[in-house]
Ligand binder design. Structure first.
Ligand SMILES: C[S@@+](CC[C@H](N)C(=O)[O-])C[C@H]1O[C@@H](n2cnc3c(N)ncnc32)[C@H](O)[C@@H]1O
Length: 373
């Protein structure tokens, strides 16, 4: 019997109810959940009782009493996973990714490749590294025999498999501590739109929001995440992501002089410029209008008195210039990844795919601008 088939039997004995879905190995996505029959919107596909959750409440005293009470729940759950020598979760563990599977996580990439991530990915990775270091410092001080690689593996399991969760104990903590692990539900892969996930005192419930045919993969949405976020936090890239976006600050800010930056600061529009597949954000429109039109006309646009139509053509020309520069920057980075000899082929393929996705966003915008002008 395959581990995911054994998991089904174990899950049923624990009171977990699956209806119309079953775990299956899916090329390139590990294990996922597949519809075994036609599913209608609003059908409950999975029910997980609270007794099956692994949360702050289930971490044994032998672990919690040695750690500072301020440790993050992420760090605590990872310590529990790494130190657990019982057989209680063997069947669940057997379906989890192996340490080798996590070679797609930028956290374990060689520095040379990490530095080739697009800027937003590098920022996210630095935050993640800082979180991991903090947790490891506390856990290694309490459990000096624990191996760092083993803890990092457990930490990545928690990073990629937890659900938003709140109970009496977690209410007192920061939002980023509101999490738990749950078997079977952690086999849902991500899509930019997916089933509805909810919980109450009884447990979690996952409900279809659209129809599925037998054989379709049923997914949930981990959140409205950009491609850089998915790569750094979950170790995969996904095309056709309606939430994908990329920052433009490095290209917009150099077009502004210090007085223009001051003016933008005064109205709360300095920085945080982004674009997605459709267009640039309103903040970018505001910043570039300051480059393209007089201050009075710009103020009318900011205050919503002017719809900006009269200056759109000039703004679009600046945008075309920006996208041209960004395109050149992407090509330089792609060429550097191809030249890079350090890192595995799989890691470099992920990086190249991410750069390609950003290029696709740029090309879509250049085409939209071309159609407008
Ligand atoms: C919560 S787990 C989902 C189950 C996972 N596939 C497994 O085999 O255990 C999250 C991980 O699944 C993978 N994943 C989720 N959605 C994906 C997608 N749309 N494409 C590729 N991999 C995906 C990533 O490795 C991610 O870190």
């Amino acid at each position: 019997m395959e581990p995911h088939e054994e998991l089904l039997e174990w899950a049923t004995n624990q009171g977990i109810k699956l209806d119309g879905i079953t775990p299956t190995r899916i090329p390139g996505r590990g294990i996922g959940l597949i519809a075994t029959r036609t599913i209608k919107p609003e059908e409950i596909l999975l029910d997980i009782p609270t007794s099956c959750l692994r949360s702050i409440a289930t971490v044994p005293r032998s672990v919690t009493r040695k750690l500072p009470s301020s440790i993050s729940v992420h760090g605590l759950l990872a310590a529990d996973l790494a130190l657990d020598t019982s057989t209680k979760y063997d069947i669940w563990n057997a379906v989890c990714p192996t340490p080798e599977d996590f070679s797609s996580m930028p956290l374990v990439w060689p520095n040379e490749l990490q530095e080739m991530l697009p800027r937003p990915g590098q920022v996210l990775l630095r935050k993640q590294q800082a979180k991991f270091s903090r947790d490891w410092e506390e856990v290694s001080a309490a459990f000096p025999d624990l191996d760092e690689a083993q803890y990092q593996y457990a930490w990545m399991l928690v990073n990629t498999r937890t659900f938003y969760y709140l109970n009496g104990r977690l209410k007192k903590r920061n939002k980023e501590d509101h999490m738990c692990l749950q078997p079977v539900a952690d086999l849902f892969n991500h899509a930019d739109e997916g089933c509805n996930v909810s919980f109450d005192d009884e447990g979690f419930s996952i409900k279809a929001t659209s129809a599925y045919a037998a054989g379709d993969e049923v997914k949930i949405c981990y959140g409205g995440h950009s491609g850089d976020f998915l790569l750094v936090e979950y170790g995969f890239v996904m095309d056709d992501n309606r939430w994908d976006e990329f920052p433009l600050d490095d290209f917009v800010l150099p077009k502004l002089d210090s007085r223009q930056k001051e003016r933008l600061e005064e109205v709360g529009f300095l920085g945080k410029y982004v674009f997605d597949r459709e267009a640039v954000c309103f903040r970018t429109q505001v910043a570039l209008r300051l480059v393209c039109c007089g201050v009075r006309e710009w103020k009318r646009f900011v205050n919503g008195i002017d719809d900006g139509e009269a200056s759109q053509n000039k703004v679009d020309k600046v945008l075309l210039d920006i996208f041209g520069q960004l395109d050149g920057y992407i090509e330089e980075n792609r060429a550097a990844v191809i030249r890079q000899e350090i890192g595995s082929p799989g890691q470099k393929e992920l990086l190249l795919k991410r750069w390609q996705q950003i290029k696709d966003l740029v090309v879509a915008n250049i085409s939209n601008l071309g159609m407008r002008n």
